[in-house]
Ligand binder design. Structure first.
Ligand SMILES: Cc1ncc(COP(=O)(O)O)c(C=O)c1O
Length: 474
């Protein structure tokens, strides 16, 4: 038995650290060991209980209702509001799309209006649920263009989405204007606060300027916010809140049309572990309102100090003054963002590369955690050194042959042979038969992907993941 756990620990040693405040993507660290312990123990205690049937596991229903209640109080939501615990931000966004579609059976070929900065989870929803995404370019301030979004609403529109904030640039969209335009046409308006929902209410209480985004804004019908992000809970939960039970109703699915138990679901999953819900509930109960206020003060201090520190690093600039705790950094062209990300990794920091998009340069994305505050000086020192190294080595050059190879590929028909050819041409494997491993330094791979169109990036990354996900047989 312990052999398996030993091996587990050995494998885990190769992962990004989830504690320590130095991983600025994927994980959110309160820096409080006791809170982490409580979360872990609650997950373990409920790992085998099943959220499929809340009457069989009433503890899960109690925890869900209390967790939703906490979030509604935090947002100052109206008494009518309700909510559901989902498995993560993507599931909350998917359900917002599904619910909007199913609330309008009268609409043939439904559409939703989104800004081009909307999280890709909504494009996944569009894909899964057959809703056409009408994507409106953002303005020069990286915020959704409310006027263009309003103009894009038509009789087929079932949903309009705004972000608070957007992931890529960390700015809050003009929710009042967007929600008003949606309401004027009788259309649902979802605010995606998956990443900002648990910090923005505290930012307001700390006296920071926060553009309006909650149910206090007329026309906002639903909001998603993730507990597994800035509620610092273990992975596996998010909340989808609706202004009224009627708005939530189409989200439910029941089927008695088979000889087994009547299936009754409020989420995409049926059987689901009670672990993540218990973990989130326990962390939220432990931290409470005061705890989150304190953590918000810390994470905003860290964010402000990072933004101020970057002002002294000439080749870098903050793309948009952050409304929340996300910072996107661009370079002046003397060095590239991808090399800086690799250099940061060499200094023990994970920062996330974002590809160029619609004429905007590649960026370095930081999701700042409360635990980062204690290490801001080290962060800025590592960033300074990384920028210097990246300036010295200059922007990554992609080999002309590789560039030509990519340009000749058809993303809609990328074959295994094409992919093998690209891996060899790019020097990522010695020959086509060699197994694929994730390279140590990613700058060259990212520079190569950055040359490709979004459709080609998708095709190449799908081929890459498909190649990585191959069974280990005895
Ligand atoms: C604004 C926003 N929406 C949705 C999501 C998707 O969340 P998840 O990765 O939990 O599925 C994210 C993730 O970062 C996000 O930032």
């Amino acid at each position: 038995m312990s052999e398996a756990l030993d091996r587990l620990r050995e494998l885990q040693a190769g992962d990004l650290p989830v504690h320590g405040g130095r991983t600025l993507a994927y994980v959110y660290d309160s820096g409080l060991a006791e809170v982490d312990r409580v979360g872990r123990e609650a997950v373990a205690a409920h790992a085998a209980s099943n959220g499929l049937d809340p009457t069989a596991f009433p503890s899960l229903l109690t925890m869900e209702n209390e967790l939703v209640g906490f979030a509604l109080d935090m947002l100052g939501a109206p008494e009518s509001a309700v909510g559901t615990v989902t498995s993560g931000g993507t599931e909350s966004c998917l359900l917002a799309v599904q619910g909007a579609r199913d609330a309008r059976p009268d609409v043939d070929r439904p559409r939703m209006v989104v800004a081009d900065t909307v999280h890709a989870a909504f494009l996944k929803g569009a894909h899964y649920f057959g809703v056409e995404a009408v994507t409106v370019p953002t303005g020069p301030d990286f915020r959704a263009d409310a006027e263009s979004m309003a103009a894009a609403i038509d009789d087929r529109t079932v949903l309009v989405v705004a972000s608070a904030p957007s992931y890529a640039h960390g700015v809050v969209d003009p929710v009042p204007a967007i929600a008003a335009a949606a309401a004027a046409r009788g259309v649902r308006c979802h605010v995606d606060a998956c990443i900002g929902g648990w910090v923005l209410p505290y930012a307001s209480r700390l006296g920071r300027p926060v553009p309006p985004w909650t149910f206090a804004v007329d026309g906002v019908t639903s909001i998603s916010l993730d507990t597994h992000k800035y509620a610092y809970a273990p992975k596996g939960t998010s909340l989808l809140l609706h202004r009224t039970p009627e708005l939530r109703r189409p989200q439910y699915f029941a089927s008695a049309d088979w000889p087994g138990y009547t299936m009754l679901n409020s989420t995409l999953q049926s059987t689901k572990s009670g672990g993540p819900l218990a973990g989130a509930w326990a962390v939220v109960r432990t931290l409470g309102d005061e705890g989150y206020l304190r953590l918000a003060r810390e994470v905003f201090e860290a964010t402000d100090r990072i933004v101020a520190g970057v002002a002294d690093l000439a080749p870098l600039r903050v793309l948009a003054a952050p409304d929340s705790t996300l910072v996107a950094l661009a370079t002046d062209g003397s060095c590239d963002a991808f090399t800086i990300c690799d250099e940061m990794a060499a200094h023990g920091w994970y920062v996330q590369p974002q590809m160029s998009y619609a004429g905007q340069p590649p960026t370095i994305h930081l999701s700042v955690s409360a635990a980062t505050l204690a290490h801001v000086d080290e962060f800025l020192e590592a960033l300074g050194k990384s920028v210097m190294s990246a300036v010295e080595s200059g922007p990554v050059a992609v080999d002309d042959g590789v560039r030509a190879f990519i340009e000749a590929l058809d993303p809609t028909a990328l074959s295994d042979a094409d992919f093998d050819g690209l891996l060899v041409a790019a020097g990522l494997v010695g020959d086509a038969a060699e197994g694929l491993a994730v390279p140590e330094r990613m700058a060259e791979v990212n520079a190569l992907l950055d040359l490709a169109s979004p459709t080609m990036r998708e095709a190449l990354l799908i081929a890459f993941l498909d190649r990585l996900q191959r069974p280990t047989r005895a």
